[in-house]
Write a protein that binds this ligand. Structure first.
Ligand code: SAM
Length: 362
């Protein structure tokens, strides 16, 4: 199979094409055809992006300036929609700003990983930091942060780096290692935004020895759940009498967000701690843990409902437990491959596994 990128001058519309790959490729196995189709779906998305970009470069009138359809399309594709709910989560914002105030000694050099709008970087300046370096992997968000910071007259105190933290070099992007590392890069299941590898890298390469970290540690909690309705969010067998279970090849692997109260369910255990991470000292590598969960109620255990408690600094915590429906973070659902019938009084053995960004339970 040959992949080409056409330029606008070679007579074909610009974009990626999978040459020699008629669809479907006859005689190939169903698995190979799914693999090829997944690449075609990806190429289609890339083509749309290339087309928008080439149009914009070809004609100044088509520049994707704010207010145009092209800008809106790019913005919706590249900036996750949860940023709005997150920024309106006042309990989160207040807890983070207070933690930043407590964590930063006057005159410190601060590294903020994941600028978003620049919120934590600006809170750090207000808290007395001498200078804040804030990095953002999404160039559009980095530019938004840069402009918001300028509007607040803080451009002299904050340097916005348009790059992922793992690409930062001390001596080029940072004058020296930072005294304080601050970040809020957690999803509903804690690790989905890359908290573990990001902190692992930052404390090894970007933070001064003995430097301060915010957040400090995190715990993941779980509870056995019986909920066919929640299973239906990511599994399907038949629809209108037809077997459509092939759809499961595109189901989400690992944890995904659910708002517990939205879906009918029964809880089959008490909440329990699944794993804890000390962000300053633990290896923060992929791993696993055997869990033995005492069952409190008879039922069909479909998986674990999970949430985190994040220790920010000095007694300040953030938590997305089901009893905190105000939090913009939903809970995370980890489904078993096969449900287990359980009886109150017995225990259920399972293994929690975490990769760099996904939680699973088997
Ligand atoms: C959850 S948002 C928080 C934004 C902001 N700190 C706040 O609290 O409002 C995390 C942001 O970090 C960015 N991000 C995640 N990991 C990153 C990394 N390793 N380096 C740079 N940016 C990162 C994402 O693109 C996202 O914009």
């Amino acid at each position: 199979m040959v992949t080409t990128i056409n330029t606008p001058t070679d007579g074909f519309p610009p974009g990626v094409s999978l040459a020699n790959a008629p669809s479907p490729i006859r005689g190939e196995s169903p698995e190979l055809r799914l693999a090829l189709a997944s690449l075609q779906a990806q190429a289609q998305t890339l083509n749309e992006l290339i087309r928008t970009t080439v149009d914009a470069l070809a004609s100044p009138q088509a520049a994707p300036v704010p207010g145009t359809r092209a800008f809106a399309e790019i913005a919706q594709r590249t900036v996750p929609r949860w940023h709005f709910a997150m920024l309106n989560d006042t309990a989160r914002n207040e807890a983070l700003a207070t933690a930043v105030r407590r964590a930063i000694p006057p005159g410190a050099t601060v590294l903020d990983i994941g600028s978003g709008t620049g919120l934590l970087a600006m809170a750090a300046v207000r808290a007395g930091a001498a200078h804040v370096y804030t990095c953002e992997g999404n160039p559009l968000l980095a530019e938004i942060a840069r402009q918001i910071i300028a509007e607040h007259g803080m451009s002299d105190s904050i340097t916005v780096l348009t790059k992922f933290s793992t690409a930062i070099e001390v001596g080029r992007d940072l004058p020296r290692r930072a005294d304080v590392l601050i970040s809020e890069i957690v999803d509903c299941g804690l690790i989905g935004e890359g908290l573990l590898p990001t902190v692992r890298h930052a404390r090894e390469h970007l933070l001064a020895p003995g430097g301060v970290m915010m957040p400090v540690s995190a715990r993941l909690h779980g509870q056995l759940v019986d909920s066919p309705a929640m299973v239906n969010l990511n599994r399907v067998h038949e629809a209108h009498g037809f077997d459509v279970s092939l759809m499961e090849t595109v189901a989400t692997r690992g944890h995904f967000p659910v708002r517990m109260h939205t879906w009918p369910h029964r809880l089959l255990s008490d909440p329990f701690e699944m794993v804890a991470f000390d962000l300053a000292h633990d290896p923060l590598l992929p791993g696993s843990r055997r869990l033995t969960v005492p069952v409190t109620t008879d039922g069909r255990a479909h998986g674990l409902l999970s949430w985190f408690s994040l220790k920010l600094y000095d007694g300040l915590d953030l938590c997305n437990a089901p009893d905190n429906p105000e939090s913009h973070w939903m809970q995370a659902l980890l489904l078993f491959d096969k449900p287990a019938s359980v009886t109150a009084g017995e225990s259920l053995d399972m293994e929690l596994r975490w990769t760099e960004t996904q939680l699973t339970v088997v």
